[in-house]
Design a protein. Sequence first.
Length: 156
Amino acid sequence: MTVLPLKASEVDATAPFTPEELLYRRVERSELNSKGEVDPTRINAISFKKDVESAPSVMRSRYSTPADVLHVLCAERDTTNWLVFSARVDGLPSGLKSGDGRSFDFFPKHVPLEDCGAHSVVASAQSDDVSKAYAKPSDGVVNAFKAKFATSLKRV
């Protein structure tokens, strides 16, 4: 019997993330180095645009299993030969400085999709913004994020 990922209507999108909660991410084999680790220079689909929904996609372990990350309802593509990696919420980078002196923190934001309730993104905000309103980081900060995020990812 195949178990489907939880739908948006089956999860509490307001439940806070815990520091030890895992964030699952699918990774193509082409994104790995010779040791099987995620290579920050090869990471695909890490971008931050004008809105938070464009931030890097992850899935909450609270509402999913690693297999859900590769399920067609969540991946929306063929994931044959893809792998699942995870990072802890408390391992997301903070205090990354841009060239103009702004500092950025990264945090998970639950953005469920109708057929994939665990879908979330890694959002960014300026460190001094107590409301944690989404703010698009500079290219230099994005590159620093990629390096730190890649090294925090562990194969599941």
